[in-house]
Design a protein around this ligand. Structure first.
Ligand code: SAH
Length: 209
């Protein structure tokens, strides 16, 4: 249940007030296929179209907490999927902010656009492209989040971040990745490991072939 998830996150300090407010505002069931709606608030990943998945709520919260999005920020998400995580990001950046989300599968671009429209979300742009290259057109970003497993730390994407910008990305072999939070400091790059996760593979030029 929705309230059980919230209680768990507060107890474990996995989500702050802003994240919980966003989670309450966005109906997850609207981003899920009909046959899985009963599991919308179970803490499990669910299949969406084209053999892809929407991540489990706790994983989403952990990634968003690490990303530390502030109102007015410009955020890039790589892997739009259902559009759910982009919808949460839309709440976090607020009216003055902007979210760009890239998706490589046309069917899912349509799915994400529709789901976002149904939830009346306007500050998210869904783009059909290979996101492994990032989105240089609208750089620099305050934050970049990759919701698919990258074979390596995508150094080329750090260039698309502003100074003090944050990149959150699962990195590693296909069935077991480490989640990295990478902060672009003035003269260095800080890398923190947030633990082990499993994601669908990132495709495209800098992804898995
Ligand atoms: N964030 C999504 C879940 C994403 S699942 C949500 O909230 O529902 C990962 C997604 O990344 C899949 O939809 C997959 O098609 C997409 N993907 C994989 N490689 C990609 C690439 N190179 N560029 C853009 N999207 C990619």
């Amino acid at each position: 249940m929705r309230s059980n998830l919230i209680k768990y996150w507060i107890k474990e300090e996995l989500a702050d007030k802003k994240l919980i407010a966003a989670f309450k505002k966005i109906p997850r069931e609207k981003f899920i296929l009909k046959e899985y709606k009963k599991d919308a608030y179970s803490d499990i990943p669910l299949p969406i179209l084209a053999n892809q998945t929407i991540s489990q709520p706790t994983t989403i919260m952990m990634m968003l907490k690490a990303l530390n999005v502030k109102p007015g920020d410009k955020v890039l998400e790589i892997g739009a999927g259902s559009g759910y995580q982009a919808a949460l990001l839309s709440c976090l950046v607020g009216k003055k902010g902007k979210v760009y989300t890239i998706e490589i599968i046309p069917e899912l671009v349509k799915f994400a656009k529709n789901n976002l429209k149904k939830s009346n979300i306007k500050n998210v742009k869904v783009i059909l492209e290979d996101g492994s290259k990032g989105l240089p057109k609208y750089k620099p970003y305050n934050e970049i989040i990759i919701t698919a497993a990258s074979p390596e730390i995508p150094k080329h994407l750090i260039k698309q971040l502003k100074q003090d910008g944050i990149l959150v990305v699962p990195v590693g072999p296909l069935y077991n990745q480490q989640m990295f939070k990478i902060t672009k400091k003035k003269n260095e790059i800080k890398i923190e490991n947030l633990g082990e996760f499993i994601f669908v593979p990132l495709r495209g030029r800098f992804g898995w072939h």
